[in-house]
Each structure stands twice: as structure tokens, then as C-alpha cells.
Design a protein around this ligand. Structure first.
Ligand SMILES: C[S@@+](CC[C@H](N)C(=O)[O-])C[C@H]1O[C@@H](n2cnc3c(N)ncnc32)[C@H](O)[C@@H]1O
Length: 304
């Protein structure tokens, strides 16, 4: 399927006003949190009331652009998340679905108080009728049981993904780059191939990279032209797997003792859970061999 990725430079408030009502299936976005981050040509340091007005204004446009079956995911820090929740539910009439916690495992230290280790993501839908592809985002079961659905379990609303570190190839020159794997889960769950996904604050373009690789049309808006150039370069890179990984995706279920079931399950595992993480297949295969080597006294041959 032919899909298009559009990146437009400018203020999303103006750009969204020129887009067609009901033209978007899914919005995933990570707006500035009002934490005085340096995004180059724009301010992330507004007065409290001014930040709320800015948030209301872009969310109102987001509501206009979404189809009646559409979904919106908004990243937000602790300081403003309750206000964003209220705007979405009370002012704009969205339906609450999930409050997702992104546990990023490592981060800045605090000497008076507890060091922050999570950001949160609000998922709201425009109506009760919306896309949710659970099969595309399941995680492997811990144990093989005939009563378990070996196709996998729901990943839950606490998502553990590490930040993209400075030593990683995919680290971009952007102060708040989010892991692609976060966008992967939202986009696979809440849109279908050929749908149109909008990110009004697309930063270093992680959401667009996921759209490109999962065959969604992507529209990214970004006010800083330097970031737009960076995204274009990023989208031209060969794909080796989305950055960051939910470690549960490489786990090998316990009690897969029957060689017949094991063989069938292991082949499916790669297709079901590691489709967009080819770089993690080796780790999974090593875990299989470590766990089941004693049962068959030989390495599992994935090509059989
Ligand atoms: C939190 S960052 C997004 C980071 C992005 N999710 C990533 O993974 O790289 C917010 C971005 O919004 C951009 N921005 C701020 N105000 C904007 C506006 N009014 N319109 C469009 N982009 C804006 C900033 O330049 C910044 O890159």
C-alpha cells in the first residue's frame, strides 16, 4: 500500500486550522510540558493561564480534525496532566479510555524529594466506537498453559521503555526525544494500515518513523525548521527495528515442555511479538536455547 508522510513547518495552531474537519483517524502527540526546555525557536515557559489557553486551543482543533471514530493520545508531565484531562473530558466531551504510565527506568536525580521516573499519556476517544487492535500489541505469556491465550496478554497501562540514550545510533539532536516503541504501541493499537495519523508537535519525528514503517499516512507539524530537517534525514535511514523495547517481548514462556507445542509456539512468537524488532530476535533465540537446552540437549533450530 502507498502511504504518504507529510512534514509541515509552522505553528500547529495555524496549520491545524487549515486542515479538513474529520480528516484524521488518530492523534498521537507529545506537546511541550511548560518545563522551560530549550526547543530553539519557541518558548516552553508560559504563564500558567497562558499555557492552559494554549493547550485548550490546540486540543479544540484536534477535536475538530478527528473522525467520530478517532482516538487521541497526549503525553504530559505531572504538573499539567490534570488540566489536560479536564479539557479533554469536560470541555471537549472526549471519552476517557486509559491513563498510561511510561516508566522510563533512569533519569535525573533529585536530592530533596523523589527522582521522577515516569511521564504519563492520556488516551481518549471521540466516541464509544473506535479502533483497538489488541492482537497487534499483545505481550508474550509468562507460562504455557492450555487455558492461557498463547497469542499473548494485554500489555497493561504501565509501559516500561528506556529513553533513547546518547550512545544509541538513533539518538537525535532533540532535548525530549521519545522512544519509537511508545508510538509503535499506540499507532498499532489505535489505527489501521492506510489510516491517517497526526502529530502536531512532532519534534524529532519518532511518531512519523513509526507511521512510515507500519504503513500509516503520517502528518507531522513542527515549529522548528531544524527539527524538520532532522526528521527528513531520519526517515531516509534504513530500518533495523524500532528503538527501545518492552523487555517482556523477548521473554520465553515457562513450561513449554512438549517439543511439538514448543516448536509451533516459538515460530509464532517472532511473527507475533518481534515483527518490528528484528534486532531483538537473536536475544530471544538465545533465551530459548538457554531455557530449553536441557530438555532436548540441543539448540532449537528456528529454520526447521
Ligand atoms: C516535547 S517535544 C516533542 C518531542 C517528540 N515527541 C520526539 O519524540 O522527538 C515538543 C515539540 O513541539 C514543538 N513545538 C512547540 N510549540 C509548537 C507549536 N506551536 N507548533 C508546532 N510545534 C511546536 C517544539 O519545537 C518541540 O520539538
Amino acid at each position: 500500500m502507498d502511504i504518504a508522510i507529510k512534514i509541515i513547518t509552522g505553528d500547529c495552531l495555524n496549520l491545524m486550522k487549515n486542515m479538513d474537519e474529520g480528516s484524521i483517524d488518530l492523534i498521537v502527540t507529545d506537546p511541550p510540558y511548560n518545563l522551560a526546555k530549550d526547543y530553539g525557536n519557541n518558548s516552553d515557559s508560559r504563564e500558567h493561564q497562558e499555557y492552559l489557553e494554549f493547550s485548550s486551543a490546540w486540543l479544540k482543533e484536534a477535536a475538530r480534525l478527528l473522525k467520530p471514530t478517532g482516538t487521541i493520545y497526549v503525553f504530559m508531565g505531572m504538573r499539567y496532566i490534570s488540566y489536560i484531562y479536564k479539557i479533554l473530558e469536560v470541555d471537549l466531551g472526549f471519552k476517557f479510555n486509559s491513563w498510561i504510565t511510561w516508566h522510563y527506568t533512569q533519569g535525573i536525580g533529585k536530592t530533596k524529594g523523589f527522582s521522577p521516573r515516569h511521564d504519563d499519556i492520556l488516551m481518549f476517544t471521540k466516541s464509544e466506537r473506535f479502533t483497538f487492535n489488541l492482537d497487534d500489541i499483545r505481550i508474550p505469556q509468562k507460562t504455557f498453559r492450555s487455558v492461557n491465550n498463547m497469542r499473548g496478554a494485554n500489555p497493561g497501562n504501565v509501559w516500561e521503555f528506556s529513553h533513547v540514550h546518547y550512545c544509541q545510533n538513533n539518538r537525535q539532536s532533540h532535548p525530549t526525544q521519545k522512544p519509537e516503541a511508545l508510538f509503535e504501541r499506540m499507532i498499532l493499537a489505535s489505527s489501521n494500515i492506510g489510516d491517517t495519523v497526526l502529530d502536531p508537535f512532532c519534534g524529532a519525528g519518532g511518531s512519523l518513523r513509526v507511521c512510515q514503517q507500519t504503513q500509516r499516512n503520517g502528518v507531522g507539524l513542527e515549529i522548528n525548521p531544524n527539527y524538520v530537517e532532522l526528521i527528513k534525514e531520519r526517515l531516509a535511514q534504513p530500518f533495523t527495528g524500532f528503538d527501545s523495547l518492552d523487555e517482556r517481548l523477548t521473554r520465553v514462556p515457562n513450561d513449554l515442555n512438549d517439543p511439538k507445542f514448543r516448536r509451533e509456539y516459538l515460530k509464532n512468537h517472532i511473527e507475533w511479538f518481534l515483527k518490528y524488532h528484528p534486532d531483538a530476535i537473536k536475544k530471544f533465540q538465545d533465551s530459548v536455547n538457554k531455557k530449553y537446552l536441557t530438555n532436548e540437549q540441543r539448540y532449537f533450530d528456528f529454520n526447521q
